[in-house]
Ligand binder design. Structure first.
Ligand code: UN1
Length: 516
């Protein structure tokens, strides 16, 4: 019996979040406006139109920049702990809207409701983190080589921070950037994914409430739904001090180059090709759960999704059989229904890429031990539901070197741990990695300078599901950026070194004499 989407309360959530059938996609200065083309947002869950959004044209963009510039002059003068208070209140509002926003994420993007809630939880966590940090934007003091001199460093805001985010984390990535950017005294301009624009409008509505309640200018947080023309404008605009871009390596290469060209700053979060090494000492019960969640969670559309399993030859058959059994139990369907593990891919284009990758893999010699395919019939009308699949491959296959945003898991054998680590590292991307082992020598080798070359390296945990407190990001073609925890806040500020002479003479550094 097919359940209608109303049974999951989506209409009510949309109305609570201020989403209408027709929406304006630009919010700045306390009002919504937009004069560009019309964008329609369809749900991959049931193929239905959720709402329409008028996107920005270039004149709208210019207006957004002007509003943001004005707001910045005001906002940077508010003390950091007071800016933290804004973020604290935002975190409280997110708790109120958690259920509604989690549901919208699930409906518009297709991840399971549980994962939608998890994403909003990441937003709440980064707010809590940023509130504490707003009293800890520490700089060093140093001993000067000159007598009667004091030397220290301080951090100032950068200005306007541009955030261009992807469909797969349609709300959390914005908040990782904004929560830190705001406590640091910056204002933000967000271009949400064109594949999840209503999530953008919902978030903007929530922060607008907080800004209004505190009588703060809305230019602190502006949003602009637009296509690549607007993206290009942001990237090439010297008014935008830092661009935080999440997306493909292909687009990230262009973004990084263009921002560098104008000496802007960038944070790039690009593709991953994440592997888990299963050693002969792995605790298989927990390892299988980690691998399966990593591979099929968010239908394989996380940057951190597990794409490769590198398995010791002595346990290869056992692991393969357990995986086949586990995949047999996966329920695919409406992500709002909590009985299902896996929802749809984002759209038909993603389905085509999934099918093309399977085809390529087969051509290169891949042997599918769990077959893929597109689900059809009742409950799958959107045409975006696909079967998570597993292929036995060689790491060197061209398709294995490539990130496909879909639930395709590649498995391969190794003999020695050195060989496994070399395979793990032998891809262009460097985001996340993991080893499953109960042997501390193996674990420590994996974490050493001779081990994983990724930004994230885990032991006895899968590749996805990183916590807010750590720096998130990766090396090589993943782009080198870091977001959220640790000392990542420094990316959003400019460092200034100050030397103060409190004597009545002017000794020069390096012992230089300059007498007049
Ligand atoms: C992403 O896929 O772009 O580690 C981010 C995770 C999440 C973030 C993923 N915390 O899986």
């Amino acid at each position: 019996m097919s359940q209608s989407i109303q049974d999951f309360g989506i209409e009510k959530s949309l109305s609570n979040l201020g989403i209408s059938a027709e929406n304006k996609g630009v919010s700045s200065g306390g009002k919504y406006f937009a004069n560009g083309d019309l964008l329609e947002s369809y749900s991959p869950t049931d193929g239905k139109l959720i709402g329409k959004v008028t996107t920005a044209n270039t004149a709208d963009y210019d207006q957004v920049i002007e509003t943001a510039k004005k707001a910045y002059v005001e906002f940077r003068q508010i003390p950091a702990p007071k800016r933290g208070e804004l973020v604290r209140q935002f975190g409280l509002k997110l708790r109120e809207y958690k259920d509604d926003l989690g549901k919208l994420v699930s409906y518009e993007m297709g991840k399971s409701f549980q994962e939608g809630l998890g994403e909003v939880q990441e937003m709440i966590d980064i707010c809590d983190y940023a509130v504490g940090l707003s009293r800890q934007l520490h700089g060093y003091t140093m001993h000067s080589e000159r007598p009667g001199h004091r030397m220290y460093e301080q951090y100032h805001p950068l200005g306007i921070i541009g955030i261009i985010s992807a469909f797969n984390f349609p709300v959390a990535v914005w908040s990782w950037n904004t929560a830190l950017a705001w406590i640091c005294g910056n204002v933000t301009i967000w271009k949400p994914s064109e594949k999840a624009p209503l999530c953008g409008i919902a978030c903007q509505n929530i922060i607008t409430e907080v800004l209004k309640e505190n009588n703060l200018p809305e230019g602190i947080s502006t949003m602009i739904v637009g296509d690549h023309v607007i993206g290009d404008k942001m990237v090439n605009d010297k008014n935008v001090a830092l661009i935080s871009f999440t997306g493909s390596t292909k687009v990230g290469r262009i973004v990084g180059t263009n921002v560098a060209q104008r000496f802007g700053k960038s944070i790039l979060e690009l593709g991953g090709n994440n592997a888990i090494i299963f050693t002969e000492n792995a605790d298989l019960n927990m390892s299988i759960i980690g691998a399966v969640f990593g591979a099929v969670g968010t239908a394989g559309q996380r940057c951190t999704s597990t794409r490769r399993l590198i398995i010791h030859e002595s346990i290869f058959e056992d692991v393969k059989n357990r995986l086949v059994k586990a995949y047999g139990q996966i329920k695919i369907g409406n992500p709002l229904d909590e009985n299902n593990h896996v929802g749809p891919l984002i759209d038909q284009q993603a389905v085509q890429q999934y099918l093309d990758s399977i085809e390529k893999c087969k051509k290169e010699g891949g042997k599918f031990v769990v077959e893929g395919g597109v689900l059809e019939g009742e409950n799958y009308e959107s045409g975006c539901y696909v079967k998570p699949c597993i292929a036995e491959v060689e790491n060197s296959y061209e398709i294995v070197q490539h990130e496909t945003f879909a639930p395709i898991l590649y498995i391969m054998k190794y003999k020695t741990l050195d060989e496994a680590i070399a395979m793990q590292n032998d891809v262009p991307q460097g985001l996340s990695s993991a080893i499953m082992t109960t042997d501390m020598r193996q674990a420590e080798l994996f974490l050493s300078q001779n081990g994983s070359d990724c930004g994230i390296a885990n032991v006895n945990i899968g590749t996805s599901g990183a916590e807010i407190g750590g720096a998130f990001g990766g090396e090589k073609e993943t782009g080198g950026g870091r977001e959220s925890g640790s000392d990542v806040w420094k990316y959003y500020m400019r460092r200034q070194t100050n030397t103060i002479n409190y004597t009545d003479s002017l000794p020069l550094a390096q012992g230089i004499k300059f007498d007049l």
